[in-house]
Design a protein around this ligand. Structure first.
Ligand SMILES: NC(=O)c1ccc[n+]([C@@H]2O[C@H](COP(=O)([O-])OP(=O)(O)OC[C@H]3O[C@@H](n4cnc5c(N)ncnc54)[C@H](OP(=O)(O)O)[C@@H]3O)[C@@H](O)[C@H]2O)c1
Length: 284
C-alpha cells in the first residue's frame, strides 16, 4: 500500500524543503495544504483516518510544517484532540525544523559530554528552537541555563518547560559583559539566538575554563558565536569542540528522513521534541 504523507503547513505556500525531505524520506504520495489553521484540522484529519481500514492506517501519516512554530504546535494540539481510539495516524511536528534542529544539536553535544553530568547554557533559550533544546537537555538529565536578555522571559520559559525541575535555571545576559557569570560551571554552550544575532566570540568562551563544546545554530551572518564557522563539525579550537549551523544541519537532515520513515512503522506515534530526539537513537 502506498505511503501517503499529509503535509499541513501554516504558511500560505507549503514548504518545498519539507516536500523534498518527505520524498527523500520514502513517502510515495505527498498531499500538501497551505494556510492551515486549527479550524481546518478536523476535516483534514477525518479524511486521513476514515479512508483506510484501521489495520492500514500506518500507511498514512501527517507532517506539520511552517515558519511559525507556535502555530504548528496549535495544529498538533488540535490533531491530537481529533484522534480517538484506534482512529489515528502518526504525526511529525517540525515547524521551521525546530525539533530536528534542537535534537541534532543535543546529539552533537552528547558526543563529547556526559549530558547527565553536565551543565549547558542555551543562548536565545526563550525562542522556539532554544526552548526545545532546553527541554531535550533537561530530559537527558543535563543542568540547563536558559539565557535571555530578560530574566523574566527566561523564568517564564523555565516554568513552562517544567515548573518543578531543579535542572532548569534562568539567566540574564544583556551583553558579553555578563558572560563570565553566565558561564560559571557551564560545560557547553548552544547558541539558538535569532538569525544574524551575535552573542559573543569563541575567544570569550575560551576564557571560561569549563566550556568544552560550543554549538551555534545561527547560519545568518553575523553568526551567534564569532569564530565558529557555519560548516564546523567537531572542529577543535583549543579546548573547545565547535559546531556551526551547517555542521549540525547534516545530522538534522538525516534525522528528518529517519523520522519520516519511522512514521510508517505504526499509526500512533507523535514526533515532537523529546520523541524526535529519542528517534536519533544510534546517531548519537
Ligand atoms: N540549522 C538549522 O537547520 C536551523 C533550523 C531552524 C532554525 N535555525 C536557527 O536557530 C536559531 C533559533 O531559531 P528561533 O526560531 O528559535 O529564533 P528566534 O525566535 O528568532 O530567536 C531566539 C531568541 O533570540 C533572542 N534574540 C532575538 N533578538 C536578539 C538580539 N538582538 N540580541 C540578543 N538576543 C536576541 C530572543 O531571546 P530574548 O528576547 O529572550 O533575549 C529570542 O527568543 C536561528 O538562528 C535560526 O536561524 C537553524
Amino acid at each position: 500500500m502506498k505511503r501517503i504523507l499529509i503535509h499541513l503547513d501554516t504558511d500560505p505556500q507549503p514548504s518545498s524543503f519539507d516536500a523534498i525531505s518527505a520524498i527523500d524520506g520514502g513517502v510515495d504520495q505527498l498531499i500538501s495544504y497551505g494556510n492551515v489553521t486549527p479550524v481546518d484540522v478536523v476535516s483534514l484529519v477525518q479524511g486521513a483516518i476514515f479512508t483506510r481500514s484501521p489495520n492500514s492506517l500506518q500507511n498514512t501519516a501527517i507532517f506539520i510544517g511552517g515558519s511559525d512554530i507556535e502555530a504548528g504546535q496549535a495544529l498538533l494540539d488540535r490533531i491530537r484532540e481529533t484522534f480517538f481510539g484506534p482512529m489515528r495516524v502518526s504525526v511529525m511536528m517540525d515547524a521551521s525544523g525546530c525539533n530536528t534542529t534542537a535534537s541534532a544539536a543535543v546529539v552533537c553535544a552528547g558526543r563529547h559530554l556526559d549530558l547527565s553530568n553536565s551543565s549547558t547554557a542555551v543562548f536565545g533559550g526563550t525562542g522556539p528552537v532554544g526552548r526545545r533544546v532546553a527541554r531535550i537537555l533537561k530530559e537527558c538529565g543535563c543542568r540547563v541555563k536558559v539565557v535571555s536578555r530578560s530574566i523574566e522571559r527566561a523564568r517564564t520559559v523555565c516554568a513552562a518547560i517544567d515548573n518543578a525541575s531543579q535542572l532548569l535555571e534562568p539567566a540574564a545576559m544583556s551583553s558579553s559583559d555578563d558572560l563570565p557569570e553566565v558561564l560559571e560551571g557551564v560545560d557547553a554552550v548552544i547558541a539558538a539566538g535569532a538569525a544574524g544575532v551575535k552573542f559573543c566570540t569563541l575567544e570569550e568562551l575560551q576564557k571560561s575554563a569549563g566550556v568544552k563544546v560550543a554549538i551555534d545554530l545561527n547560519a545568518v551572518p553575523p553568526l551567534g558565536i564569532e569564530g565558529i564557522e557555519s560548516g564546523d563539525k567537531a572542529r577543535e579550537e583549543g579546548e573547545i569542540v565547535c559546531y556551526g549551523a551547517l555542521g549540525v544541519g547534516g545530522l538534522k537532515m538525516k534525522l528528518h528522513h529517519h523520522v519520516i520513515a519511522q512514521l510508517f512503522e505504526a499509526n500512533d506515534q507523535i514526533f515532537d521534541a523529546e520523541s524526535t530526539f529519542a528517534a536519533a537513537g544510534d546517531m548519537r
